[in-house]
Design a protein around this ligand. Structure first.
Ligand code: SAH
Length: 257
């Protein structure tokens, strides 16, 4: 890794987990956007089975649960997130149909053609957009849906400063048109594509972090790794403010073909 700004992947898991567990969501998004993406999906009943992959503490999953009646399994690598997830599910009285389990998106515990819907907000990048779309497809029933949000270039060209940042952070970032092409090639009919509004990044992601950062720095005073983590998050927020014309999160909704 070059330069002094680290990628989130290089930090201690425990610290990252603590930092993000104080937030409603662990990535850009909002309840309104979750509901909007869901509005393109028309095959759901109380017998449907759904998975939210890389669910974090369940910010998106609880919204999904409130607008559907079937069963939802949330899967995340971090046990602490799953504990909070299951607590959130109980608090909302969803515990009979919304369950969080610890697991990895590259080794999912589902049967072939088991799921009516695969959901994943701000998480598929961990396995890669193309790989995730291809590997998860077999778990969907015929004509089942997939809905994922993914960092994407909004314009054909962009300044080198932001291009360089993303080359380090996630080289698979690509234009919306190319991502739609990848979805089609992976065996889905592209049903809907929309750019997440700015409030998903600012009000729902970077603003809540300001308070988290203050508490976190106080608690870990003198801890270099904690200071670095906060510095990086602040740097990312600055980049977003400066370059938001050029990149964003985009929701991609597809139907298994
Ligand atoms: N979907 C949530 C969280 C997004 S952050 C939201 O929108 O709020 C990305 C999530 O992916 C984190 O919770 C992280 O723990 C999880 N993750 C990272 N690698 C993973 C893997 N291999 N398998 C499952 N989850 C993973």
């Amino acid at each position: 890794m070059s330069g002094e700004n680290k990628s989130i992947h290089e930090f201690d898991f425990g610290l990252i987990c603590e930092y993000f567990s104080g937030m409603e969501r662990q990535g850009p998004g909002s309840p309104e956007v979750t509901v909007k993406a869901l509005s393109f999906i028309d095959n759901l009943t109380k017998d449907s089975t759904m998975a939210d992959i890389g669910c974090g503490t369940g910010g998106s999953t609880m919204v999904l649960a409130g607008h559907t009646t079937g069963e939802i399994t949330g899967i995340d690598l971090f046990p602490d997130f799953i504990d909070i997830f299951n607590e959130n599910s109980r608090r909302r009285n969803f515990q009979d149909r919304v369950r969080g389990i610890v697991g990895s998106m590259d080794n999912l515990p589902f049967q072939d053609e088991e799921l009516d819907l695969i959901w994943s907000e701000g998480a598929i990048y961990n396995i890669g957009f193309e790989r995730g779309l291809k590997e998860w497809r077999r778990f969907l029933k015929r004509e089942g849906f997939i809905a994922v949000s993914e960092a994407s270039w909004l314009t054909e060209t962009r300044p080198e400063e932001i291009a360089g940042f993303w080359r380090e952070a996630y080289p698979e970032i690509d234009t919306v048109a190319n991502k739609v092409g990848q979805m089609q090639k992976a065996g889905y009919i592209p049903i809907a594509v929309f750019v997440l509004p700015e409030n998903c990044w600012i009000e729902h992601f970077y603003v809540p972090q300001v308070m988290v950062q203050e508490k976190f720095l106080k608690k870990h005073a003198g801890n270099k790794a904690a200071e670095e983590l906060v510095k990086n998050e602040r740097h990312e927020a600055e980049l977003y403010h400066k370059f938001k014309k050029f990149y964003g999160y985009v929701f991609y909704v597809g139907k298994k073909f």
